[in-house]
Design a protein. Structure first.
Length: 271
């Protein structure tokens, strides 16, 4: 059984979060005053004031500064969020004919993938008609990500430019060991601070683009693990719909435990 702790990020409280497996700990981000059953990024060393811009990266920072010191360096940790959960396998197709519940197919600490990996990412999205760079610039504007790449040094910059000119991108969350997570954060956060300052100076942190530092982190996260981790594997994930999240439903039943609910998953994207 792997020593595993997954931190599940949320901006709000939901009844279903109390029904997640015990190895998943809920970490509240943002301004909400969370109940005592939740971890709260406002307690301890934090970047809570930057959550509006950094998004889930403030959760990474809180884990790094407050939780890592409690862990063995080879303990496994990971992240997910309130509506995106790890599955126990990597699927290429939706399980349309399964009678199983979603809950019974969530990631388990006894999964053999932990014995054969240094890190695990969500199976990547493959852009069919554009690169990671083109997709970013289409949504967020020209030159921002390439200008921010200049804040990286040497091979790191070269490798990142190569990555954003590819067509493969994993979503933000990951599983890895504490020592690798520490290495990652020591590189991520100095760079992200420079990106934030630059974006603030050129006045692009407005509206949807207020979260450009978070969107940059998403690309960097996918890049760093896929480029520098030798023993990298992949799992699928499930994005919970509104009926799964509904407090009205969760007052009476755990919808993840209902039979046939796996057949809606995994969540797969085509671009």
């Amino acid at each position: 059984m792997t020593d595993l702790k997954i931190y599940c990020f949320t901006l709000n409280e939901y009844l279903i979060l109390n029904k997640f497996p015990s190895y998943i700990q809920i970490l509240g981000l943002g301004k909400t005053n969370f109940n005592k059953n939740y971890l709260d990024e406002k307690k301890g060393l934090n970047l809570n004031s930057l959550n509006h811009y950094y998004g889930e990266a403030t959760g990474f920072y809180w884990i790094w500064k407050n939780e890592l010191k409690k862990m063995n360096k080879k303990s496994w940790l990971g992240t997910c969020n309130y509506r995106k959960l790890w599955l126990n396998k990597c699927y290429n197709n939706k399980q349309k004919f399964s009678v199983s519940s979603l809950y019974s197919n969530l990631l388990q600490p006894n999964n053999n993938i932990f014995n054969n990996s240094e890190a695990v990412q969500v199976q990547p999205i493959i852009f069919e008609k554009e690169t990671v760079l083109q997709q970013f610039e289409k949504v967020h504007g020209k030159n921002i990500i390439t200008e921010c790449a200049d804040f990286l040094d040497g091979k790191l910059k070269t490798d990142f430019i190569k990555f954003i000119n590819s067509n493969s991108l994993s979503i933000t969350f990951f599983l890895t060991t504490a020592d690798i997570f520490d290495e990652y954060c020591n590189i991520l956060f100095p760079w992200l601070e420079k990106c934030y300052r630059y974006c603030n100076e050129i006045n692009v942190l407005n509206g949807y683009n207020a979260r450009i530092p978070a969107f940059l982190m998403e690309r960097f996260n996918s890049f760093w693990f896929s480029t520098y981790i030798k023993k990298l594997n992949y799992l699928s994930y499930a994005r919970l719909g509104n009926s799964m999240l509904s407090d009205n439903v969760n007052k009476f039943v755990n919808p993840m435990k209902l039979p046939f609910t796996l057949r809606m998953y995994p969540t797969l994207h085509k671009y």
